[in-house]
Ligand binder design. Structure first.
Ligand code: C2E
Ligand code: MG
Ligand code: MG
Ligand code: MG
Length: 276
């Protein structure tokens, strides 16, 4: 019986894997179609000063409105884009679109763009950034590139060289979701970031008076202070979370409490399909 159950379990597992793989293959086909049909767009979410609430930046967040499935989360489709080898093409479009959009902002806010680990291989990203800044006329210091700690899981030397090339252009490097995954001090010693974004779990915990979360946020803020980098708390949904992070001395806040990701009224760049 045990053997049968085991086999049954295995067969079920295989079936689930097959369906997932099939699902991925279909989605990959759909991503290519989305590219051709301008179904990808960028939403922007405000990042505000913790004291006073002045707007300092907006984060560009990729959106895919699927013809039949509706909105699909970037957490689902970005890995598919990476597997399909489309991350460079889509990533380049995101940078150009975000720079052009931000160049038109009369409030002078910075724009933050998320970058995948796969985009950091080779010198292509720096070339795209140079070209996007030149075309849009955006000041390099108004562009922030957000990377997560996972970029340091691959070839460290190449990653660090890539980051240095970008920083030399005058853009700001931001470490995203800090504390969520593998947080090593090694890369903080060798790469030069302008800002640390503290993962949303810590603001939630801090607001609930969780001693561990409070201690960790204090330690991150002390570290950031010593390194001379700005700090942002992510995922702020409630006033209690904002208050807790303000009390601890955070520089900036981002979350639904201050504004959800929203589409600009009209796009300033030709849609992806009409570009080379
Ligand atoms: P992220 O860079 O950490 O972006 C913040 C995520 O938290 C966004 O999810 C945002 O909509 C969400 N968020 C903001 N405020 C709140 C809040 O108060 N509560 C909650 N529950 N969530 C909040 P989103 O847009 O689904 O993006 C998920 C992730 O996908 C991003 O995490 C980023 O890693 C990735 N991503 C998004 N756009 C791009 C892109 O253009 N390129 C790349 N490579 N990755 C992207
Ligand atoms: Mg981000
Ligand atoms: Mg984040
Ligand atoms: Mg995230």
């Amino acid at each position: 019986r045990a053997k049968n159950e085991g086999r049954g379990g295995y067969a079920f597992y295989e079936q689930a894997m097959f369906e997932k793989a099939e699902d991925m293959r279909l989605l990959e086909h759909d991503v290519r179609q989305a590219l051709a049909q301008d179904a990808l767009s960028l939403a922007y979410q405000p990042i505000v000063e913790a004291q006073g609430g002045r707007l300092v930046a907006r984060e560009a967040l990729l959106r895919w409105n699927h013809a039949t499935r509706g909105a699909i989360s970037p957490e689902t489709f970005i890995p598919i884009i990476e597997d399909a080898g489309l991350i460079h093409r889509i990533g380049d479009w995101v940078i150009r679109e975000a720079c052009a959009e931000a160049a038109g902002w009369s409030d002078g806010a910075r724009v933050a763009v998320n970058i995948s680990a796969a985009q950091l291989t080779g010198a292509g990203l720096a070339k795209t950034v140079v070209s996007a800044l030149a075309t849009s006329g955006l000041e390099p210091s108004r562009l922030e590139l957000e990377v997560t700690e996972t970029i340091f899981l691959g070839d460290d030397a190449e990653t660090l060289a890539s980051l240095e090339r970008l920083r030399a252009l005058g853009v700001r490097l931001v470490i995203d979701d800090f504390g969520k995954g593998y947080s090593s001090f090694g890369y903080l010693a060798r790469a030069h970031f302008s800002k640390i974004k503290i993962d949303s779990m810590f603001a939630r915990g801090a607001a609930e008076g969780d001693r561990n979360c409070l201690a960790i946020v204090r330690a991150i803020l002390a570290l950031a202070d010593g390194l001379g980098v700005e700090t942002t708390a992510e995922g702020i949904e409630e006033e209690a979370q904002a208050a807790a992070m303000r009390d601890l001395g955070i520089d900036q806040l981002q979350g639904y409490l201050f504004g959800r990701p929203a589409f600009p009224e009209h796009s300033s760049v030709a849609p992806l399909a009409k570009r080379a």
